[in-house]
Design a protein around this ligand. Structure first.
Ligand code: KMH
Ligand code: ZN
Length: 271
């Protein structure tokens, strides 16, 4: 039941990719802001934001987030969602730091996992510390669920009153080490949520397109962008984030699911 308009999120850069792997990767503040503005013009309403330092390395520096935010705001209006995940191995203090800028939303990953060859560490202490900074700054959280156990962790944390009251749920499926992007996984995860809880799915790599189509049909929301998948189709790199967003808009149109305006996205999310 596609009852709420489709909210499209776009993670424009991420923390793992390099120019060696994907030459069109936006890295400088101007490039990231331009990529975000193009994605918003194409139909995205949420920009999931990581930033890079002067050497193109992922950073959680507050000054860089501030600069990029200003440049995005000059170019377009959108819901800005800061990453508190950072890159694998980012110290906890750094992960929380940008939340002090009070973005519209900030992510909160709900558990530790293998992340390819690395470990993406989200211990109970990590989760409660990031949750605390999100609550203190009155920011809306996006709970990132990479595996089934994390949805159960989410329930435990909610029961203990440790999570922000305002949150959205994002299933990130297809990270090697987390749950794959098979459709049955999305169905069982979304079934577990309380009735009326809005959710997004971010399909990683080859899972992006099939999960997008299913989420549109199921009444969920979608995240597409270069952080999750830099291919348009097998063997053909995407030209840009906007190109991936444009495809979602076309699919949603064919499926009679209206794409959310910014105002509608804010209403659906309660921002
Ligand atoms: N870069 C990943 C290790 C988030 O943005 O909150 C974590 C990540 C999640 O991207
Ligand atoms: Zn991210």
């Amino acid at each position: 039941m596609a009852d709420s308009p489709l909210i499209i999120s776009c993670p424009v850069v991420g923390a793992e990719l390099t120019r060696e792997i994907y030459p069109a990767l936006p890295i400088t503040p101007d490039e990231i802001a331009e990529a975000a503005a193009e994605a918003v013009r194409a139909g995205a309403t949420i920009i999931h934001l990581h930033v890079r330092d002067e050497d193109g390395k992922p950073t959680q520096r507050v000054d860089v987030f501030e600069t990029v935010t200003k440049k995005i705001r000059e170019r377009c209006d959108c819901i800005l969602q800061y990453s508190t995940g950072g890159a694998v191995g980012t110290p906890l203090e750094g992960r929380c730091a940008p939340v002090s800028l009070k973005p519209d939303m900030a992510t909160l990953s709900m558990g530790t996992m293998n992340f390819g060859p690395d470990i993406y560490e989200n211990t109970e202490k990590t989760i409660t510390t990031i949750a605390k900074s999100i609550i203190e700054n009155n920011v809306m959280a996006e709970l990132e669920i990479f595996d089934y156990g994390m949805i159960e962790a989410m329930e435990r944390f909610i029961k203990k009153g440790l999570l922000p009251k305002r949150f959205h749920v994002d299933f990130v499926l297809g990270v090697p080490g987390g749950m794959s992007g098979e459709i049955r996984n999305l169905v069982s995860l979304s079934d577990r949520l309380k009735p009326g809880q809005e959710w997004t799915v971010a399909g990683v790599g080859r899972y992006q397109l099939p999960l997008t189509a299913h989420a549109i049909a199921m009444g969920g929301h979608v995240r597409v962008g270069i952080e999750d998948n830099f291919y348009y189709r097998k063997g053909e790199p995407a030209k840009s984030n906007a190109q991936l967003v444009e495809r979602v808009v076309r699919i949603a149109g064919e499926m009679d699911r209206p794409v959310a305006t910014l105002e509608q996205a804010r209403t659906v999310l309660g921002i």
